[in-house]
Write a protein that binds this ligand. Sequence first.
Ligand code: SF4
Length: 296
Amino acid sequence: MNCFFPYDEPVFRPPAEADSLILQATIGCSHNLCRFCGMYKTKRFRIRPFWELLAEVESIPASFRNLVRRVFIGDGDGLIYPQGELVRLLDSLAAALPGLTRVAAYASPKSLAAKSRQELEQLRDRKLRLLYFGLESGDGETLRLAGKGFTAGEMLGHCQKAQQAAMKLSVTAVLGLAGKARSVEHAEATAAWISALSPRYFSLLTLMRGGNDGYFSLIEPLTNGAILGEALHMVRRLEPRGTILRSDHVSNLLFLSGTYPKDRHRIIAQAEAALQEAARHPRWFRETADDRSEFY
Ligand code: SF4
């Protein structure tokens, strides 16, 4: 959404937040050590002073305030903002924006670990109702290689705490992250993790080059055909309840959309058909991320 704030570029936000007002409460990512991720490598992480954020909220023109329905708190880990000031920020947003229905933010394992269930409930009561969480993989060895800094079990516990606080979670995993060596383990462990949590949303991304060349030296990248095979293996294993699956990111080779368990058979059939169709194009089937777009 167009806005009047002096952004610290680059600004990333989930596709679903395209119409949201973006407020950069933090700059960069509090972790910033994932070897596969180049998103915030040009930024040193910092928490912006509370008074700067209040001034930005107060600067929103009166003619614009009625139009804002959703706010996204950036950058890569908005949830890590200190609790007391985050509560006051949410209160000021609610006071300034009469039509506000929802606030969302990225959450990291670190920021979720730092908040108690009661603190999360306090935020939820102030309209912070959706947290975007990068699981990346449910496979422990892949997480270690990727430098995520938390185990799959630890992340599951933190996300369950958020759900107990009645927050919605939108979880992402990265196809191709484990390379050829652990593709099967990555697909199966990620499907098992998502099935155990049943987040409201589960989105697939695909590993691409972009500020992460070092990571590609640690794995044998998957071909396009193997990416489709990994996606098929994952959706076959998925058994969450009430989870909306989305594979609609620009990095993805395959578009999928539906709700588990209702659409499970259709999603699997679409993934099978895509793999069969791709096999008819041997050259493309054998290409890897080196041949694809640099965007991630
Ligand atoms: S993947 Fe997420 S947590 Fe890891 S460095 Fe990138 S933005 Fe930070």
